[in-house]
Design a protein around this ligand. Structure first.
Ligand code: CA
Length: 244
């Protein structure tokens, strides 16, 4: 990370819930290096106590804890707070990721992760949590090829106005509003099609393909709408890409 880029989230307080001391220390050092404040909990009970006592801006929550598991903690957190939560999940545990997202986690990071990956996820989630309301930012310049004006419902690819069907437009809207974060197939279905369509994941695949054909230079190797295998899709974190 270029150190000349200032941390717009300086002194935001991050609660790390992790019983493995070395992992907790690794995360703490990297977040502190980037100007975040860190508080820790090593059990689920402590996590809830810390949430009540220290009002963190974001929680990094490990799935494997000695008392309650991370999902129980997440459910309790959601009963009392809408603080952003990023789950720390083990490699290969796609079900854990989907379950966490559906219980209200904002994103996940898979162990082992790089400091850069961790910090960029934390920033993406904070950015969304603190974002100015959609609509107040008129022109979104994803990069030099793709520009979107959600107020006027216009999308340009290489300077050419393109036409999107309403469903494609809604899909693009939700992906871009959550840029940098994963959305599960179910979350996309519910947001774009409505709750009654949640058992029709092929709609998502189909419309992602339509959209890729319209906005991607090479739809077979997409760089805007990225596939998260067996989970869902993630729109590129264009705000971060531009900074680095
Ligand atoms: Ca653990």
């Amino acid at each position: 990370m270029d150190m000349s880029v200032e941390n717009q989230f300086l002194n935001r307080r991050i609660l790390i819930v992790e019983d493995e001391r070395r992992m907790a220390r690794f995360i703490r050092l990297n977040l502190e290096h980037d100007g975040f404040q860190v508080v820790e909990a090593i059990t689920g009970q402590q996590a809830i106590q810390q949430l009540r006592d220290t009002f963190p801006d974001l929680i990094l929550l490990d799935v494997m804890l000695p008392d309650l598991d991370g999902f129980n903690v997440l459910q309790t957190v959601r009963e009392i707070s809408d603080v952003p939560v990023i789950m720390l999940t083990a490699k290969g545990e796609e079900e854990d990721r989907v379950r966490g997202l559906e219980l209200g986690a904002d994103d996940y990071v898979t162990k082992p992760f790089s400091p850069r990956e961790l910090v960029s996820r934390v920033r993406a989630v904070l950015r969304r949590a603190e974002a100015i309301k959609p609509g107040s930012r008129t022109l979104i310049e994803v990069d030099e090829h793709l520009k979107i004006d959600f107020d006027r419902r216009r999308v340009w690819v290489d300077g050419e106005l393109i036409s999107l069907r309403p469903t494609e437009y809604r899909l693009l809207y939700h992906l871009v509003q959550n840029a940098g974060l994963v959305l599960t197939h179910d979350q996309i279905l519910i947001k774009v099609w409505g709750y009654e369509y949640r058992d029709e994941p092929h709609y998502v695949r189909l419309y992602v393909n339509y959209l890729r054909k319209k906005i991607e230079k090479d739809p077979a190797n997409p760089k805007y709408i990225l596939t998260e295998r067996s989970i869902g899709y993630r729109f590129i974190d264009y705000q971060r890409e531009r900074l680095t």
